[in-house]
Design a protein around this ligand. Structure first.
Ligand SMILES: C[S@@+](CC[C@H](N)C(=O)[O-])C[C@H]1O[C@@H](n2cnc3c(N)ncnc32)[C@H](O)[C@@H]1O
Length: 327
Protein backbone atom coordinates (compact mmCIF):
# COMPACT_ATOMS: atom_id res chain seq x y z
CA UNK A 1 0.00 0.00 0.00
CA UNK A 2 1.33 3.42 -0.87
CA UNK A 3 1.68 6.20 1.65
CA UNK A 4 -1.52 8.19 2.08
CA UNK A 5 -3.95 5.38 1.30
CA UNK A 6 -6.19 3.40 3.57
CA UNK A 7 -7.36 -0.10 2.78
CA UNK A 8 -10.87 -0.26 4.20
CA UNK A 9 -11.94 -3.38 6.12
CA UNK A 10 -15.15 -5.42 5.87
CA UNK A 11 -16.47 -3.24 3.05
CA UNK A 12 -18.88 -5.75 1.52
CA UNK A 13 -20.03 -6.79 4.97
CA UNK A 14 -20.75 -3.15 5.89
CA UNK A 15 -22.63 -2.47 2.69
CA UNK A 16 -24.76 -5.52 3.33
CA UNK A 17 -25.18 -4.66 7.02
CA UNK A 18 -26.50 -1.21 6.14
CA UNK A 19 -29.16 -2.79 3.88
CA UNK A 20 -28.67 0.11 1.47
CA UNK A 21 -31.73 1.62 -0.20
CA UNK A 22 -30.82 3.45 -3.43
CA UNK A 23 -32.70 6.57 -2.31
CA UNK A 24 -31.59 6.32 1.32
CA UNK A 25 -29.79 8.77 3.55
CA UNK A 26 -26.52 7.59 5.13
CA UNK A 27 -23.95 8.86 7.59
CA UNK A 28 -20.31 7.73 7.48
CA UNK A 29 -19.10 9.17 10.77
CA UNK A 30 -15.47 8.03 10.26
CA UNK A 31 -14.77 9.09 6.66
CA UNK A 32 -10.98 8.52 6.75
CA UNK A 33 -10.00 8.20 3.10
CA UNK A 34 -13.57 7.36 2.07
CA UNK A 35 -13.23 3.65 1.29
CA UNK A 36 -16.60 2.83 2.84
CA UNK A 37 -18.17 6.07 1.63
CA UNK A 38 -17.25 5.30 -1.98
CA UNK A 39 -18.70 1.79 -1.67
CA UNK A 40 -21.94 3.27 -0.30
CA UNK A 41 -22.13 5.93 -3.04
CA UNK A 42 -21.57 3.26 -5.69
CA UNK A 43 -24.82 1.63 -4.57
CA UNK A 44 -26.93 4.74 -4.14
CA UNK A 45 -29.11 6.13 -6.91
CA UNK A 46 -29.37 9.80 -7.89
CA UNK A 47 -31.73 10.49 -4.95
CA UNK A 48 -29.48 8.84 -2.35
CA UNK A 49 -27.50 11.04 0.07
CA UNK A 50 -24.37 10.48 2.14
CA UNK A 51 -22.99 12.70 4.86
CA UNK A 52 -19.35 12.17 5.82
CA UNK A 53 -17.85 13.20 9.15
CA UNK A 54 -14.24 13.12 10.32
CA UNK A 55 -12.34 15.16 12.86
CA UNK A 56 -9.04 14.92 11.01
CA UNK A 57 -8.49 17.91 8.69
CA UNK A 58 -6.56 15.72 6.22
CA UNK A 59 -9.49 13.31 5.94
CA UNK A 60 -11.84 16.27 5.55
CA UNK A 61 -9.72 17.62 2.68
CA UNK A 62 -10.08 14.28 0.86
CA UNK A 63 -13.83 14.30 1.56
CA UNK A 64 -14.13 17.85 0.27
CA UNK A 65 -12.69 16.74 -3.09
CA UNK A 66 -15.20 13.89 -3.26
CA UNK A 67 -18.02 16.29 -2.40
CA UNK A 68 -17.05 18.50 -5.37
CA UNK A 69 -17.19 15.46 -7.65
CA UNK A 70 -20.40 13.93 -6.32
CA UNK A 71 -23.37 16.12 -5.42
CA UNK A 72 -24.91 13.32 -3.34
CA UNK A 73 -22.07 13.61 -0.84
CA UNK A 74 -21.40 16.22 1.86
CA UNK A 75 -18.28 16.36 4.05
CA UNK A 76 -18.23 17.86 7.53
CA UNK A 77 -15.35 18.32 9.96
CA UNK A 78 -16.59 17.29 13.39
CA UNK A 79 -16.15 14.78 16.14
CA UNK A 80 -18.72 12.02 15.91
CA UNK A 81 -19.72 12.78 19.49
CA UNK A 82 -21.42 15.80 17.88
CA UNK A 83 -23.22 13.74 15.25
CA UNK A 84 -26.66 14.86 16.46
CA UNK A 85 -25.65 18.52 16.21
CA UNK A 86 -24.31 17.96 12.67
CA UNK A 87 -27.44 16.01 11.70
CA UNK A 88 -29.59 18.83 13.11
CA UNK A 89 -27.66 21.38 11.06
CA UNK A 90 -28.31 19.39 7.88
CA UNK A 91 -31.92 18.57 8.77
CA UNK A 92 -31.37 14.80 8.79
CA UNK A 93 -31.83 13.89 12.48
CA UNK A 94 -34.24 10.97 12.85
CA UNK A 95 -34.10 10.33 9.09
CA UNK A 96 -30.83 8.40 8.73
CA UNK A 97 -31.13 4.99 7.07
CA UNK A 98 -27.67 3.84 8.03
CA UNK A 99 -24.86 5.06 10.25
CA UNK A 100 -21.35 3.64 9.96
CA UNK A 101 -18.53 3.89 12.49
CA UNK A 102 -15.17 2.41 11.47
CA UNK A 103 -13.27 3.16 14.65
CA UNK A 104 -9.64 3.86 15.41
CA UNK A 105 -6.96 5.45 13.26
CA UNK A 106 -6.47 5.29 9.52
CA UNK A 107 -3.32 4.06 7.79
CA UNK A 108 -2.39 7.56 6.56
CA UNK A 109 -2.55 8.79 10.17
CA UNK A 110 -0.34 5.91 11.34
CA UNK A 111 2.06 6.07 8.42
CA UNK A 112 2.80 9.79 8.55
CA UNK A 113 5.65 10.28 11.06
CA UNK A 114 4.57 13.91 11.40
CA UNK A 115 1.35 12.84 13.15
CA UNK A 116 3.23 11.07 15.93
CA UNK A 117 1.06 7.94 16.11
CA UNK A 118 3.75 5.42 15.31
CA UNK A 119 6.77 4.17 17.22
CA UNK A 120 8.38 2.83 14.06
CA UNK A 121 9.31 6.21 12.60
CA UNK A 122 10.56 9.28 14.41
CA UNK A 123 8.35 12.32 14.62
CA UNK A 124 6.80 14.82 17.02
CA UNK A 125 4.87 13.04 19.76
CA UNK A 126 1.46 14.44 18.86
CA UNK A 127 -1.14 11.66 18.28
CA UNK A 128 -4.14 13.98 17.94
CA UNK A 129 -6.59 13.04 15.20
CA UNK A 130 -7.51 16.71 15.11
CA UNK A 131 -4.19 18.50 15.69
CA UNK A 132 -6.04 21.80 16.20
CA UNK A 133 -7.84 20.61 19.31
CA UNK A 134 -6.77 19.53 22.77
CA UNK A 135 -3.46 18.44 24.16
CA UNK A 136 -0.76 16.51 22.28
CA UNK A 137 0.72 13.32 23.74
CA UNK A 138 3.97 15.21 24.46
CA UNK A 139 2.09 17.92 26.35
CA UNK A 140 0.21 15.38 28.42
CA UNK A 141 3.34 13.36 29.24
CA UNK A 142 4.95 16.62 30.33
CA UNK A 143 2.60 17.07 33.28
CA UNK A 144 0.63 13.85 33.90
CA UNK A 145 0.98 12.36 37.37
CA UNK A 146 2.59 8.96 37.63
CA UNK A 147 -0.71 7.53 38.94
CA UNK A 148 -2.64 8.91 35.94
CA UNK A 149 -0.10 7.50 33.51
CA UNK A 150 -0.29 4.10 35.21
CA UNK A 151 -4.07 4.00 34.98
CA UNK A 152 -4.09 5.08 31.32
CA UNK A 153 -1.46 2.49 30.34
CA UNK A 154 -3.16 -0.23 32.35
CA UNK A 155 -6.77 0.45 31.41
CA UNK A 156 -6.39 1.52 27.78
CA UNK A 157 -3.30 -0.51 26.82
CA UNK A 158 -3.62 -3.48 29.15
CA UNK A 159 0.10 -2.93 29.74
CA UNK A 160 1.34 -5.10 32.60
CA UNK A 161 4.45 -2.96 33.03
CA UNK A 162 2.45 0.26 33.32
CA UNK A 163 4.14 1.11 36.64
CA UNK A 164 7.65 0.73 35.29
CA UNK A 165 6.91 2.71 32.14
CA UNK A 166 5.20 5.55 34.03
CA UNK A 167 8.13 5.77 36.45
CA UNK A 168 10.60 5.81 33.55
CA UNK A 169 8.66 8.64 31.90
CA UNK A 170 8.56 10.68 35.12
CA UNK A 171 12.31 10.27 35.64
CA UNK A 172 13.20 10.96 32.03
CA UNK A 173 11.18 14.18 31.84
CA UNK A 174 13.11 15.63 34.78
CA UNK A 175 16.16 15.70 32.52
CA UNK A 176 14.39 16.76 29.32
CA UNK A 177 10.84 16.78 27.94
CA UNK A 178 9.75 13.72 25.92
CA UNK A 179 8.91 15.28 22.59
CA UNK A 180 9.39 12.58 19.98
CA UNK A 181 7.96 9.16 19.18
CA UNK A 182 11.46 7.70 19.16
CA UNK A 183 12.19 9.03 22.68
CA UNK A 184 9.00 7.44 24.05
CA UNK A 185 9.60 4.16 22.18
CA UNK A 186 13.15 3.98 23.58
CA UNK A 187 11.88 4.57 27.12
CA UNK A 188 9.39 1.71 26.72
CA UNK A 189 12.05 -0.59 25.29
CA UNK A 190 14.23 0.03 28.32
CA UNK A 191 11.40 -0.22 30.87
CA UNK A 192 9.64 -3.37 29.60
CA UNK A 193 11.64 -6.38 30.81
CA UNK A 194 10.03 -9.02 28.57
CA UNK A 195 9.22 -9.27 24.87
CA UNK A 196 5.93 -10.39 23.28
CA UNK A 197 6.55 -12.20 20.01
CA UNK A 198 6.04 -9.93 17.02
CA UNK A 199 5.15 -6.95 19.21
CA UNK A 200 7.28 -3.89 19.87
CA UNK A 201 7.47 -3.18 23.63
CA UNK A 202 5.97 0.28 22.99
CA UNK A 203 2.85 -1.05 21.21
CA UNK A 204 0.56 -1.04 24.24
CA UNK A 205 1.85 2.31 25.51
CA UNK A 206 1.28 4.01 22.15
CA UNK A 207 -2.21 2.50 21.87
CA UNK A 208 -3.14 3.60 25.40
CA UNK A 209 -1.88 7.16 24.99
CA UNK A 210 -3.56 7.52 21.60
CA UNK A 211 -6.92 6.34 22.97
CA UNK A 212 -6.54 8.67 25.95
CA UNK A 213 -5.42 11.76 24.02
CA UNK A 214 -8.29 11.38 21.54
CA UNK A 215 -10.83 10.42 24.24
CA UNK A 216 -11.75 7.55 21.94
CA UNK A 217 -13.94 5.60 24.35
CA UNK A 218 -15.80 8.70 25.56
CA UNK A 219 -16.34 9.76 21.94
CA UNK A 220 -17.75 6.34 21.10
CA UNK A 221 -20.09 6.28 24.09
CA UNK A 222 -21.27 9.82 23.33
CA UNK A 223 -21.96 8.98 19.69
CA UNK A 224 -23.82 5.78 20.53
CA UNK A 225 -25.99 7.72 22.97
CA UNK A 226 -27.27 9.75 19.98
CA UNK A 227 -27.76 6.87 17.57
CA UNK A 228 -31.40 6.13 18.37
CA UNK A 229 -32.34 9.79 17.79
CA UNK A 230 -30.43 9.85 14.51
CA UNK A 231 -31.69 6.66 12.89
CA UNK A 232 -35.03 6.54 11.12
CA UNK A 233 -37.56 4.64 13.23
CA UNK A 234 -40.05 3.55 10.62
CA UNK A 235 -43.46 2.12 11.24
CA UNK A 236 -44.83 -0.90 9.37
CA UNK A 237 -46.01 1.01 6.33
CA UNK A 238 -42.41 1.61 5.21
CA UNK A 239 -41.38 -1.96 5.91
CA UNK A 240 -39.51 -4.14 3.52
CA UNK A 241 -36.39 -2.21 2.59
CA UNK A 242 -33.56 -4.21 1.05
CA UNK A 243 -32.13 -6.62 3.59
CA UNK A 244 -35.08 -6.42 5.96
CA UNK A 245 -36.30 -9.79 7.15
CA UNK A 246 -39.82 -10.62 6.00
CA UNK A 247 -42.47 -9.28 8.34
CA UNK A 248 -40.18 -6.77 10.05
CA UNK A 249 -39.97 -3.02 9.71
CA UNK A 250 -36.87 -1.60 8.10
CA UNK A 251 -35.63 1.03 10.49
CA UNK A 252 -32.25 2.71 10.11
CA UNK A 253 -29.22 0.54 10.62
CA UNK A 254 -26.16 1.00 12.80
CA UNK A 255 -22.90 -0.70 11.77
CA UNK A 256 -19.82 -0.37 13.98
CA UNK A 257 -16.35 -1.78 13.33
CA UNK A 258 -14.19 -2.02 16.46
CA UNK A 259 -10.52 -2.88 16.58
CA UNK A 260 -10.03 -3.80 20.20
CA UNK A 261 -11.99 -5.31 23.04
CA UNK A 262 -12.48 -2.03 24.92
CA UNK A 263 -14.42 -0.55 22.01
CA UNK A 264 -16.23 -3.74 21.15
CA UNK A 265 -17.44 -4.16 24.73
CA UNK A 266 -19.01 -0.68 24.66
CA UNK A 267 -20.75 -1.39 21.34
CA UNK A 268 -21.95 -4.83 22.39
CA UNK A 269 -23.38 -3.56 25.69
CA UNK A 270 -25.01 -0.59 24.02
CA UNK A 271 -26.82 -2.78 21.49
CA UNK A 272 -27.80 -5.25 24.20
CA UNK A 273 -29.18 -2.50 26.46
CA UNK A 274 -31.12 -0.81 23.66
CA UNK A 275 -32.54 -4.17 22.60
CA UNK A 276 -33.70 -4.86 26.17
CA UNK A 277 -35.30 -1.48 26.51
CA UNK A 278 -36.05 0.18 29.79
CA UNK A 279 -35.40 -2.00 32.82
CA UNK A 280 -37.97 -2.10 35.61
CA UNK A 281 -37.43 -3.49 39.13
CA UNK A 282 -37.84 -7.24 39.38
CA UNK A 283 -41.43 -8.32 39.99
CA UNK A 284 -42.98 -5.24 38.37
CA UNK A 285 -45.24 -6.53 35.57
CA UNK A 286 -44.21 -4.76 32.35
CA UNK A 287 -45.81 -5.00 28.94
CA UNK A 288 -43.51 -5.05 25.90
CA UNK A 289 -44.59 -1.55 24.83
CA UNK A 290 -43.54 -0.10 28.20
CA UNK A 291 -40.05 -1.52 28.02
CA UNK A 292 -39.76 0.22 24.62
CA UNK A 293 -36.68 -1.41 23.08
CA UNK A 294 -35.06 0.89 20.53
CA UNK A 295 -32.76 -1.45 18.61
CA UNK A 296 -32.73 -5.01 17.43
CA UNK A 297 -29.38 -6.73 16.94
CA UNK A 298 -28.84 -8.04 13.42
CA UNK A 299 -26.91 -11.30 13.42
CA UNK A 300 -23.78 -11.98 15.42
CA UNK A 301 -20.42 -10.22 15.44
CA UNK A 302 -18.81 -10.35 11.99
CA UNK A 303 -15.07 -10.90 11.48
CA UNK A 304 -12.90 -10.56 8.39
CA UNK A 305 -12.54 -13.66 6.24
CA UNK A 306 -9.16 -15.45 6.18
CA UNK A 307 -8.75 -14.10 2.64
CA UNK A 308 -9.22 -10.51 3.79
CA UNK A 309 -6.89 -11.01 6.77
CA UNK A 310 -4.22 -12.37 4.41
CA UNK A 311 -4.60 -9.35 2.12
CA UNK A 312 -4.95 -6.77 4.89
CA UNK A 313 -3.48 -7.76 8.28
CA UNK A 314 -5.18 -4.74 9.89
CA UNK A 315 -8.52 -6.53 9.44
CA UNK A 316 -7.45 -9.33 11.80
CA UNK A 317 -8.79 -7.57 14.89
CA UNK A 318 -11.85 -5.98 13.24
CA UNK A 319 -15.28 -6.83 14.68
CA UNK A 320 -18.44 -5.57 13.00
CA UNK A 321 -21.68 -5.32 14.96
CA UNK A 322 -24.99 -4.38 13.41
CA UNK A 323 -28.34 -3.28 14.79
CA UNK A 324 -31.60 -1.90 13.42
CA UNK A 325 -33.74 0.89 14.83
CA UNK A 326 -37.11 -0.35 15.97
CA UNK A 327 -40.30 1.68 15.43
C1 LIG B 1 -10.26 3.56 10.56
S1 LIG B 1 -10.37 5.16 9.93
C2 LIG B 1 -11.76 5.08 8.85
C3 LIG B 1 -11.39 4.67 7.47
C4 LIG B 1 -12.52 4.79 6.47
N1 LIG B 1 -13.63 3.92 6.78
C5 LIG B 1 -12.01 4.51 5.08
O1 LIG B 1 -12.49 3.56 4.46
O2 LIG B 1 -11.14 5.24 4.61
C6 LIG B 1 -11.04 6.09 11.25
C7 LIG B 1 -11.27 7.54 10.93
O3 LIG B 1 -12.17 8.04 11.91
C8 LIG B 1 -11.74 9.29 12.35
N2 LIG B 1 -12.21 9.42 13.72
C9 LIG B 1 -11.84 8.67 14.77
N3 LIG B 1 -12.47 9.08 15.88
C10 LIG B 1 -13.27 10.11 15.50
C11 LIG B 1 -14.20 10.93 16.19
N4 LIG B 1 -14.41 10.80 17.50
N5 LIG B 1 -14.88 11.86 15.48
C12 LIG B 1 -14.67 11.98 14.14
N6 LIG B 1 -13.80 11.25 13.44
C13 LIG B 1 -13.11 10.31 14.12
C14 LIG B 1 -10.25 9.27 12.22
O4 LIG B 1 -9.74 10.58 12.07
C15 LIG B 1 -10.04 8.40 10.99
O5 LIG B 1 -9.95 9.21 9.84
Amino acid sequence: MTHGQHQPVLVEECVEALALRPDGLYLDATFGRGGHSRAILARLGPAGRLLGIDRDPEAVAVGAVLARQDARFTMVQASFSRAAEVAGRYGVAGRIDGLLLDLGVSSPQLDDPGRGFSFSADGPLDMRMDPQTGESAAQWLGHASEADMVSVLRELGEERYAGRIARAIRHARLARPILTTRALAALCEAAVPTREPGKHPATRTFQAIRIYINRELDELAACLAQVCELLAARDGEHAGGAGAAPGTTAGGRLAVISFHSLEDRIVKRFIRDQARGEQFPRGVPVTADRSNPKLRPIGKAIHASPKEVAANPRSRSAVLRVAERLP
